[in-house]
Design a protein. Structure first.
Length: 174
């Protein structure tokens, strides 16, 4: 059954993922500092897979917009978590450089191949199949994160840190 979205809904379907991922990236990085990067990754990967399934089987344009928004929030957990874990896993600067380069190249390869793979899926299957690409990747990420990151202790901050006198108070009291 086609969704038949309006022009405004089409715009939201395309753009909400980017808005949500950009809006929550710093927040999720801070949350990872608070609860642990591995824990955030183990929460974000299944959330991304579930949101992908929700998007694939959406029955209305509004449901697809909400699913894409959830995909953006879940996606915002993945980048800071994986980068922080790479930082802790590779203490040698050369190894860390290679690991971060491989991380970045995988994102670039995904960005380049996703439209081609999505277009091929749309050519031969129904429109929701394009959202199912992320599900096996998230399953693989969960398996790797559980096995490789088990012994990596990520430092966590205790509670919220409030400065005694923020810089803007000092400026205003003059």
């Amino acid at each position: 059954m086609p969704l038949q979205p309006s022009a405004a809904q089409l715009l939201w379907i395309v753009d909400i993922y980017g808005f949500m991922i950009a809006g929550f990236l710093i927040t999720m990085g801070t949350l990872g500092d608070r609860i642990g990067r591995r824990r955030l990754l183990l929460i974000g990967a299944p959330a991304f897979g579930a949101a992908s399934l929700l998007a694939a089987y959406s029955t209305s344009a509004e449901m697809l917009i909400a699913a894409r928004g959830l995909l953006g929030v879940a996606g915002a957990t993945l980048a800071p978590s994986t980068l922080a874990l790479i930082r802790n896993m590779f203490q040698d600067p050369q190894q860390r450089t290679v690991a971060i380069s491989a991380w970045f190249m995988s994102f670039l390869a995904g960005a380049a191949l996703d439209p081609l793979l999505g277009g091929a899926l749309l050519e031969f299957f129904w429109w929701g199949s394009a959202f199912l690409i992320g599900v096996p990747v998230m399953v693989l990420l969960l398996v790797v994160a559980r096995s490789c990151c088990r012994s990596i202790a990520t430092p966590r901050l205790g509670g919220w840190i409030w400065p005694a006198r923020p810089w803007f108070w000092r400026r205003c009291s003059r």
